[in-house]
Structure formats: C-alpha cells, structure tokens
Design a protein around this ligand. Structure first.
Ligand SMILES: Nc1ncnc2c1ncn2[C@@H]1O[C@H](COP(=O)(O)OP(=O)(O)O)[C@@H](O)[C@H]1O
Ligand SMILES: O=P(O)(O)OC[C@H](O)CO
Length: 496
C-alpha cells in the first residue's frame, strides 16, 4: 500500500490538493484559483471544465512537487463546495451549462412560490433543509427549464446531474462512475435523510427525472478507481464528503454533541448530533454528518454570512486597517468595548435570525470613538454571532458545549479566540493542522482502505495548537450580550 493519502479539496474559489502521511502531516500542497462568473445580479457560476482542469492540475502538481508517483498514494479523498450544481451529457461528457454555485439566488422567486404553495414543511420533514435557493434542487430544475432540449434529454436518461464531487469522480474515472456520497446528497433538497434514498415525491415536486441522479455511497468507502488515462496507476477513490462535514470529521468531532466552527469569509458551525436526526426549533439545518461503516451520523448546521468578511470590509471597504491581523492589536489596546457595537449584517443576517432585510450598523458611537473601537466591535461581532448559533444548537440538541473546535483564516486572531471563549463560557481548541477539511476527507479515505485502522488511531493524530479557556467575569459577558441583542434588534428589518 502507498504511504500517503491524497485529498482533493474543491472549494468555492480554488482547487487544492494536499498529500498527507500516516502521521497526518502535510507532505505537499498545490492550489489554483479559478474564475468566478457573475452574469447577472445575484447569479454566480463556475466553468465545470475549469474546475476539472484546475483540480487535475493541482493533483499532479502536489505529487510531482515531492517526486511522488501514483503508486505512492494509498487512496484519494474528495471534498468539495456543496450544493453547486452541474448537469452534463453522459455521452459526450460535456456540461450543458456552467455550474450554478451555492451562492446563486436566481431560483429565489421560485422558492417563494413553493413556500406560498405550502411545500416548505414537507421539504423540511424529508430533507432537514429550509426551502431555499441555496440547495441544488431548484438549480437543476432551472437548467432543465432554461437550456433548450435539456428536459427531453434528461427524460431519455441522457443527462447526469451531480454536485462537484460527482463531477470530479466522473472525470477521474473517465466517465465510468456516476456517484456521490450521503453528505453531498443531503444538500440537494432531493434526498430523504431518514430513508437515505432519493425521494420520489420531491423529484415529482421539482420535476426532476430520477435517471439523472447519481448513486449514493457512504462517505468512507471505495466508490471508484481512477482511470488509467489520468494517472499511471489506478488509485481507489475511498472518501467523499461535503467540505463542512469533512471539516467536522477532520476535527475529530466524532462524539455526540461535539462541534466545530470554521471562521472564514462566513462562519460555518456544525454540531454532530448522533445517530438520530435532530429537528431544529431555531431554523438550523438538519443534515448528514457522514456515513461510516454503515452507520449514519447526523448534524445540525448554522451559518453566519459575514464572519472574516467583516474584517475584509474594514481592510478593503473602509480601509480602516491595512492587514486583517492589525485588528488584534487594535482590539487589545482597549480594556473593553466602551459601549461600541457593530452588527455586520452586510448581506442580511443568517441563522438563527434569518433576516434578509437587516443591514449593518455601528451603535454607541461618541466623540471618543476611535479606529480601535471599530476594530474591536467587528471582532466581537463575529464572536456574538457564533454565540447565537451555538446557543440555538445547544437548545435544539440538548447538548451543552464544553469545547468548541475551531479552524479557518480568522482563528489566527488570538483576541477573537479568547473573546469567543469568554462569551461562550467554553474552551476553544485550535488544532495544529488547520487544514481540517482536507485531513477530514483524507481520514475518511484512509479508514476505508485500512491505511488507518480505526477512529481511535486517527483520534491520536489530532493535536491542539492552543486552547483558549474562558476567563471573563459573568456579569460583563451578560452585559455584552444584552447590548449585542439590543443592537441586532435595531439593525433588523431595516430595508423593509
Ligand atoms: N488575523 C486575522 N484576524 C481577523 N480576521 C482574519 C485574520 N486573518 C484572516 N482573517 C479573515 O479570515 C478570512 C479568510 O479565511 P479563510 O479560511 O481563508 O476563508 P475562506 O476559506 O472563506 O476564503 C478573511 O475574511 C479574513 O478577513
Ligand atoms: O468552498 P467553501 O469553503 O466556501 O464552502 C462552501 C460550502 O460548502 C457551501 O455550503
């Protein structure tokens, strides 16, 4: 068996390939950005051929950088931006349309119609999702409606639909395998998370022929082998998972009630809730965490739209700082926020508030307000938003979070991490390997081929870089949260 696992991490803005060794160390990394298309307001597209071109190029680059051969790779894992929708011709392998990206809002009016017709509850019940343009179903339907001849071809079984994982597997196998995994399937709004099958009633509702759909596999299983034309030796593709679920696994949140937050552009919170799905009373998503060894684990998920992006806005939008990292010293230059709060509702508010009419606002400004207050208020706002989602998760699941595992670019900010621990009143654990998405799917692939023996073996590979313990006084935290919620209330419903 090869001495390494190759993880392909196909994200929203770049394709990456990372080679891991048995100790979970990174051996090599290659990355390429690709083009974002914005053909109209609210539309976001990718070129599927460019996704493949960049992903296959970085795969080769990651190997050649270290002089590795295909035979050195025990298995490949694939993790990906989720929900993004690709429809292609089975015969020619050509996409019918550019990929419609998860951020794309073109089907929002259709979702509103479905809501008005009273379908939201059925969808929620079967898929665990909130009826929204975010998920794949309405995007597939849009392609069938808008691309001439697409519907007839789909009904004749000539077209294939897939999320990005399926598309990559199709390409890696030379068009031999059309397959996805349960985590990606659970984001399509067509998959019944209880029966683990494509749902006929939903397919009928969205008017999508079943013949287009991929087979659904476990997240840790040999689903295919690469074809001989891509790499000299055939390599098993043995792990597949959506990127947030892969990160949850990479953070070894394998115990019920364990949670991770990724602090990137937005903040993605996912809590593993065990072998039964938990229905949220707080508008969080119920989704599949993974299926390993036949066992399905479920998760609750909530996203904050503007996380690190608020810091980006300070840097690029209003040029308050030159580098994101300067916000840490600015925040630390004050002993508290001196009454200044920022609600970063720059594109509405996500979970648990769900208000698309909310807008960003600073509160509590005085003649004494400086750059430091605004920087501090911005970092604090990231922490408050994560707090609100995590508390909603705790309420839904009945689990009390004792530790939160964290990753993503903004976790480099030690002020933010300490403040987050204080506000949550729990330990934050930042791992040494912050490539949690890639290592998560590497673990899934490695377990399937016996590269790693069991979960216990990989659990020993997770190491903390730094733990942040809560140390703030409870009255101060309560006061901060009281003012934060007052600020949120005032920012809500602004444009309506
Ligand atoms: N030291 C820092 N302090 C605060 N925010 C930071 C810091 N470094 C990076 N960020 C923020 O983290 C985000 C980038 O994180 P990353 O995980 O690469 O995001 P994504 O995968 O969404 O592109 C940016 O929005 C940036 O503003
Ligand atoms: O590619 P990312 O990291 O922006 O993640 C995208 C998510 O999977 C969307 O649901």
């Amino acid at each position: 068996m090869g001495a390494y696992i190759l993880a392909l991490d196909q994200g929203t803005t770049s394709s990456r390939a990372i080679v891991f060794d048995k100790e979970g160390h990174i051996v090599s990394v290659a990355q390429k950005d690709f083009k974002q298309f914005f053909p109209r307001a609210g539309w976001v597209e990718h070129d599927p051929q460019e996704i493949w071109a960049t992903q296959s190029a970085v795969m080769i680059e990651a190997l050649t950088q270290e002089g590795l051969k295909a035979a050195d790779i025990a298995a490949i894992g694939i993790t990906n931006q989720r929900e993004t929708t690709i429809v292609w011709d089975r015969e020619t392998g050509k996409p019918l349309h550019r990929a419609i990206v998860w951020q794309d809002r073109r089907t929002a009016p259709y979702c509103d119609q479905l809501k008005e017709a009273g379908h939201a509850e059925l969808i929620r019940e079967k898929t665990g999702l909130i009826l929204d343009a975010y998920f794949s179903a309405t995007k597939v339907r849009w392609i069938l409606e808008e691309v001439p001849g697409a519907r007839e071809a789909a009904e004749a079984g000539k077209l294939a639909f897939g999320t990005v994982d399926s598309w990559l597997i199709w390409k890696l196998t030379g068009g031999r395998r059309h397959v996805t995994d349960v985590t990606n399937a659970s984001r399509t709004m067509l998959f019944n998370i209880h029966t683990l099958k494509w749902d006929e009633e939903l397919l009928a509702l969205f008017d999508i022929p079943a013949a287009m759909l991929p087979e659904v596999a476990e997240s840790s299983a040999v689903v295919a082998e690469t074809s001989g034309d891509i790499l000299s030796t055939k390599i098993p593709i043995a792990g597949v998972a959506g990127d947030q679920q892969a990160a949850l696994f990479g953070q070894l949140c394998t115990g019920k009630g364990m949670a991770k937050t990724t602090y990137g552009t937005g903040c993605f919170l996912v809590m593993q809730t065990g072998e039964q799905p938990v229905r949220s009373a707080n508008k969080l998503l119920t989704t599949i965490a993974w299926q390993v060894g036949g066992k399905v684990h479920y998760a609750l998920e909530g996203s904050v739209f503007i996380g690190g992006a608020a810091v980006q806005w300070l840097r690029d939008g209003i040029q308050l700082v030159e580098h994101a990292s300067e916000t840490e010293d600015l925040a630390n230059s004050l002993t508290d926020n001196e009454g200044v709060y920022f609600v970063p509702a720059l594109s509405g508010l996500g979970a648990p508030h769900w208000d698309q009419d909310a807008r960003g606002a600073f509160f509590g400004l005085t003649r004494g307000t400086t750059q430091a207050h605004m920087a501090r208020a911005t970092l604090e706002a990231i922490a408050y938003q994560v707090h609100d989602v995590l508390k909603a998760m705790e309420q839904d699941s009945g689990a009390e979070t004792k530790e939160l595992r964290v990753d993503g670019g903004a976790t480099a900010n030690n002020f933010l991490m300490q403040f987050q621990a204080d506000i949550l009143g729990c330990t934050l654990r930042r791992p040494k390997i912050t490539e949690t998405t890639a290592i998560g799917v590497a673990f899934l692939a490695g377990l399937a081929v016996g590269f790693w023996k069991d979960e216990e073996e990989i659990r020993a590979l997770w190491e903390s870089d730094r733990d942040f313990q809560p140390k703030a006084d409870g009255d101060q935290v309560a006061k901060n949260l009281r003012f934060w919620h007052k600020a949120v209330d005032r920012a809500k419903n602004w444009t309506n």
